[in-house]
Ligand binder design. Structure first.
Ligand SMILES: *[C@@H]1O[C@H](CO)[C@@H](O)[C@H](O)[C@H]1NC(C)=O
Ligand SMILES: *[C@@H]1O[C@H](CO)[C@@H](O)[C@H](O)[C@H]1NC(C)=O
Ligand SMILES: *[C@@H]1O[C@H](CO)[C@@H](O)[C@H](O)[C@H]1NC(C)=O
Ligand SMILES: *[C@@H]1O[C@H](CO)[C@@H](O)[C@H](O)[C@H]1NC(C)=O
Ligand SMILES: *[C@@H]1O[C@H](CO)[C@@H](O)[C@H](O)[C@H]1NC(C)=O
Ligand SMILES: *[C@@H]1O[C@H](CO)[C@@H](O)[C@H](O)[C@H]1NC(C)=O
Ligand SMILES: CC(=O)N[C@H]1CO[C@H](CO)[C@@H](O)[C@@H]1O
Length: 396
């Protein structure tokens, strides 16, 4: 084979361009982009090592051509006049990917993006869709707040450490395949029909679900920290596989809730709250044995059942405007019995409230307990001392 010198010349020219660009493919100082011209320094780089920032005065359309990986942070903050952002070849951002306070951004196109370090999108009132056609599957933290997004199509995480999705008023659906979230999941104040689904989620540290219309967490087994359901509009709360909550379990102010199914929940390490769910008639937890903190229930219940309860280490407050039967709980109170802390059980209360409130107009009993003394691990010596002290307190 023969090559013309003209051909070789062209090859050399391309090589030297590539070489020149290579030397600019890494920097310890942040690369500032103020207009489309400034993106040319990324164009010849397959991987750019360093942080890239689009300046706040940037306007119009910005396209990052060529680059497939940013090994660093990519931040766009306060560029209120930037309308469109594209990166046709970008697959990976290893650090932060932040889009913050971009008032006119209406188009985002990153069709090859699959992996991001920490994704934070906030204050994007005109961004209706993500433009991640390649589907982002990996992300350490995901935080999306105050956007116009109507779907998270383009994100389907197999692994993530924490998820916060809040105040996205157009967002009506979310489904993630994750099985374990080592830190937290927080979903709050999204669309009025917001349907959240975690079909494979088995464990997480802290979980808050607030103002969801429907929720599916069929595989959830353990929450090691807090688990809270607040102001949701679903009628049934179903956690068929949940066995333990490490800290507080709260089911509060869910106005449509009529049924709770936690059939195998056994252990709650902290407090247990079922409060102000105005349509909930029956709060029965067939398998709950241990409550490490206080039980604090109030509402309109006619039935409250804790048939397996063996150890409630904190106080017990049950106030109902309905006709709950306090007899089984009355029989379980006392420093050496099941319910160790301060005990209140009242029915027909006109305005039922939490443990700190004094029930009015109802019928029931209050018994001071020794909860404060029992925060130390149980041991017979301490238990009997607590018993004596509790006795003394009642005598005084
Ligand atoms: C956006 O454009 C408007 C009108 O041209 C200008 O007044 C404003 O300063 C620009 N904002 C930024 C952050 O550059
Ligand atoms: C879980 O929530 C508790 C209480 O807010 C907090 O102290 C703890 O750090 C959280 N854990 C994680 C892993 O986020
Ligand atoms: C619940 O747990 C059981 C036993 O581990 C398992 O067979 C079942 O598939 C789980 N259900 C869901 C929906 O994950
Ligand atoms: C009870 O829940 C409703 C929402 O269902 C809320 O508006 C109200 O403030 C709550 N009241 C108390 C005393 O928590
Ligand atoms: C209350 O709920 C439990 C568990 O779901 C059920 O077994 C029981 O029959 C219900 N009681 C009433 C009075 O509805
Ligand atoms: C309060 O409870 C006692 C004992 O269960 C019962 O005898 C009494 O009738 C009740 N009073 C009211 C007002 O419900
Ligand atoms: C840490 C913790 O509480 N682990 C429990 C998770 O749930 C399984 C049953 O599904 C228990 O066996 C673990 O002890």
């Amino acid at each position: 084979m023969m090559f013309s010198s003209k051909f070789f010349g062209a090859v050399l020219a391309i090589a030297s361009v590539a070489h020149a660009a290579d030397s600019g493919c890494s920097s310890s100082s942040t690369l500032q982009i103020q207009n489309q011209g400034d993106t040319s320094s990324l164009q010849g780089c397959t991987t750019y090592t360093g942080n890239v920032q689009i300046a706040s005065q940037t306007s119009g359309i910005i396209t990052l051509n060529g680059v497939t990986e940013i090994d660093g942070d990519f931040v766009v903050d306060g560029a209120t006049n930037m309308s469109s952002l594209a990166a046709p070849s970008l697959q990976t951002i290893t650090g932060k990917f932040t889009l913050n306070n971009l008032q006119t951004l209406s188009s985002l196109s990153m069709p090859k993006l699959t992996s991001v370090g920490d994704l934070t999108f906030a204050g994007l009132p005109n961004l209706a869709s993500l433009g991640f056609d390649g589907i982002v599957k990996q992300c350490k933290t995901l935080n999306i707040q105050n956007t116009f997004l109507s779907s998270l199509n383009g994100i389907n995480l197999q692994t993530v450490n924490s998820v916060t999705i809040a105040n996205n008023r157009m967002l009506q659906t979310l489904m993630f395949q994750v099985t374990s979230v080592p830190q937290s999941i927080i979903l709050l104040a999204n669309g009025d029909q917001f349907d959240a689904s975690f079909p494979n989620l088995e464990t997480a540290s802290n979980i808050t679900f607030r103002s969801c219309k429907s929720l599916s967490i069929p595989s959830l087994k353990n929450v090691t920290g807090n688990l809270g359901f607040y102001e949701n509009s679903f009628a049934t709360l179903d956690c068929a596989n949940l066995t333990s909550v490490g800290q507080t379990l709260a089911i509060n102010a869910n106005p449509s809730l009529t049924e709770i199914d936690l059939p195998i929940l056994k252990t709650i390490g902290g407090g247990f709250q079922v409060q102000n769910n105005t349509k909930l008639d029956n709060a029965t937890f067939p398998a709950v044995q241990t409550i490490g903190g206080a039980l604090d229930f109030y509402g309109g219940f006619n039935t409250v059942g804790l048939p397996a309860l063996k150890d409630c280490r904190g106080g017990f407050n049950l106030q109902s405007s309905g006709s709950v039967d306090c007899t089984p709980f009355n029989n379980e109170k006392g420093p050496n019995s099941v319910i160790k802390g301060t005990f209140k059980c009242y029915n027909k209360v006109s305005n039922p409230g939490n443990a700190a409130s004094t029930p009015s107009g109802g019928n029931g009993t209050t018994t001071k307990g020794a909860a404060a003394l029992l925060s130390v691990p149980s041991n017979t010596m301490l238990m009997s001392m607590a018993g004596i002290l509790a006795g003394l307190m009642i005598m005084m």
